[in-house]
Design a protein around this ligand. Structure first.
Ligand code: SPV
Ligand code: MN
Length: 614
């Protein structure tokens, strides 16, 4: 194996990159080294097909299955390591770098023997962005399917690391798959480790080839490392946010909204939304990103600007169909190069299917589930199991999204008008409540949560709190995180408006969803922008400003007046109960800024004074 020859052939001139590759090649002992650029995609696809690692899924689309015990991020095995114990937070699983590095080095020693080490230079930003110096990285991986994902999810090529102002300023990522069948996933003897050594800008992931465990540009760099860099530099926030533009053809104005929802709460559907009938003629929704946004203050106009650092979409397949997300379906159409992972597959027709793709599953003849087992030969007790894994995914480049904004790669990013938070809450949370005060907006983000999905995971009516939807991605202490939010947003000359949204409220009696969701979610967002513009005034409640029924544009939509009343009101008793849970939750965080506590006390005080029905 001649490392230098491989680097020379690919034109890698950055000596620090060359040194990094040489070091880890000597350590993991691959049989071959190959430097990758996006232009290699076609050849790598052919090689993967020939090797049986992926299968064709119709014209220009591909299918892969992961190892059955390797189907999602593992939060317990994910660690942020630094040399400063003060970096320990509640959610970052902090450990000393001096302890974690040797552990990972031991597992990775010689572990790529016989394999190819792919060198993947990438950029997590539109080229030319003011945040570009935080965006360059090199991922070393011994898994070809991971390379195919990286090419879809990040800008990949040697040029992104050759001409750095500071040649040392790339994030060093090492991904070693390991022997997946011998890693004890989920047992007491779990061998996996997914470590971001944040103060060394080094990411060491061992023991998975799935999603964020293996695509190091996406959440290890794009969220954990970037959040840490944004904090240390004081320059920016890196958040698990979708980012959209809303164009009002009547006024000619375009607004930009970003926001966080806990993983798998419909962020991709929201980002790919199209306007409902009745609003189609006037409005357009443009897609920028569905999972990550970096936010900074622009010195020229003092506004918050956001970029999507990614280059593709790693979307949840389940329930994606022509009604819920027609843009998503078009984004994975034949010819798009889409990779499907862990959905159901039919070899003779190369078709893919997942729960919610069609109202009923197809005729099972010839279909295999996500594990590769024939549906027709399932034992009786497995007959009702899902065909696709609940975390099955499609991976497609931004350029395939028909609603992609023209200026998606503007290096400056886009100015943010509104920041929204939302979870899955079956009661209490109204359709939308707007918050104009920055500290109260930050407080609201910190108390974001989603209902526990398993009884064992939580107490009835109590949320699994997920601050700003960053719980699995936080890389420094929560108190400092809140302070960084207050500082960045607080220093904007024109501040975005905040809002909390909830599409998932249910009827107490029969459990039906009170709000249809999907396309109709544009309606509360339009109200929010009108509120920011001073075109409507809403109604002040103890927990924010709510639309009045006549302010919400319901043109072309059928909704029961009784349902609307519930959606636009506050259950004061439930909210008072929630405030005691919130207090316990916030109490866990050391050094939470006084402004956040003041916001909590203010909201609690207003609820105390409110009459029971609001
Ligand atoms: C998420 O789980 O929030 C994702 C998928 O975006 S992964 O990249 O695997 O984290
Ligand atoms: Mn995500």
């Amino acid at each position: 194996m001649d490392v230098d020859a491989a680097l020379d052939r690919a034109g890698v001139t950055n000596d620090r990159v060359r040194e990094f590759v040489r070091h880890w090649a000597a350590h993991t002992q691959p049989a071959r080294i190959e430097v990758v650029s996006a232009a290699d995609d076609g050849r790598l696809i052919e090689e993967s097909l020939a090797a049986g690692e992926i299968s064709p899924a119709g014209r220009g689309r591909y299918y892969s299955r992961s190892y059955a015990k390797d189907t999602a991020r593992s939060e317990e095995r994910t660690i942020v390591a630094t040399s400063d114990p003060a970096d320990r937070g509640v959610y970052d699983n902090w450990r000393p770098a001096a302890e974690m590095r040797p552990l990972l080095e031991e597992r990775m020693r010689g572990a790529s023997a016989g394999k190819t080490m792919y060198v993947v230079p990438y950029l997590m930003a539109p080229p030319g962005s003011p945040l570009e110096r935080y965006a360059a990285g090199v991922e070393l991986t011994d898994h070809r399917t991971v390379v195919l994902h990286m090419i879809r999810m990040a800008r990949v090529g040697t040029q992104y690391v050759n001409d750095l102002d500071d040649p040392d300023s790339f994030v060093r990522g090492v991904h070693v798959t390991g022997d997946l069948e011998e890693l004890g996933q989920g047992t007491d003897d779990d061998q996996r480790y997914f470590v971001t050594v944040a103060d060394q800008r080094t990411i060491l992931h061992f023991g998975s080839s799935y999603g964020g465990n293996a695509l190091l540009g996406k959440i290890a760099h794009g969220l954990r490392q970037a959040a840490y860099d944004g904090w240390k530099s004081g320059e920016f926030l890196a958040e698990q946010f979708m980012l959209i533009g809303i164009v009002d053809r009547q006024t000619g104005r375009t607004y930009h909204v970003c926001g966080g929802f806990p993983s798998a709460s419909g962020k991709t559907n929201l980002a790919m939304m199209t306007p409902p009938t009745g609003l189609k003629d006037r409005y357009e929704v443009r897609f920028y990103g569905d999972d990550i946004a970096w936010l900074r203050v622009d010195p020229d106009d003092g506004r918050i600007y956001a970029i999507n650092p990614e280059y593709g979409v790693f979307g949840v397949a389940r329930d994606t169909n022509e009604d819920t997300n027609p843009v998503g379906i078009a984004s994975v159409a034949p010819g798009t190069g889409t990779l499907f992972t862990n959905v159901a597959y039919k070899e003779d027709t190369e078709a893919v299917w997942w729960e919610g793709r069609t109202p009923a599953p197809p005729d099972p003849t010839g279909w295999r589930d996500w594990t590769g087992a024939l549906i027709s030969e399932r034992p009786a007790d497995e007959r009702d199991d899902p065909w696709a894994h609940p975390n099955s995914r499609f991976t497609t480049q931004l350029g395939n999204v028909p609603t992609l904004a023209e200026d998606f790669d503007d290096p400056r990013g886009v100015p943010i008008d509104a920041i929204i938070f939302g979870g899955r809450t079956s009661d209490r949370e109204p359709l939308i409540r707007a918050i104009t005060d920055v500290a109260e907006g930050v407080y609201d983000g910190l108390t974001l949560g989603a209902e526990a999905t398993f009884a064992a995971e939580g107490v009835d009516g109590q949320l699994r709190y997920d601050p700003m939807s960053m719980r699995p991605f936080l890389s420094y202490p929560e108190g400092a995180y809140a302070e960084q939010w207050l500082r960045i947003i607080g220093s904007a000359r024109e501040k975005p408006i905040f809002a909390h949204v909830n599409w998932f409220q249910r009827d107490h009696a029969d459990g039906h969803y009170l709000w249809p969701g999907y396309q109709d979610n544009l309606r509360p967002l339009l109200w929010l922008l009108q509120l920011k513009n001073g075109e409507v005034t809403g109604r002040q409640t103890p927990v924010g400003i709510l639309p009045t029924t006549d302010e919400l544009d319901l043109d072309g939509m059928a909704i029961e007046p009784g349902d609307l009343d519930v959606l636009l009101s506050i259950d004061v008793d439930r909210w008072r109960q929630e405030m005691t849970f919130r207090e316990e939750h916030l109490d866990e965080f050391a050094d939470l800024p006084e402004e956040v506590w003041a916001a909590h006390r203010r909201v609690a005080g207003q609820l105390k004074e409110a009459s029971s029905d609001h």
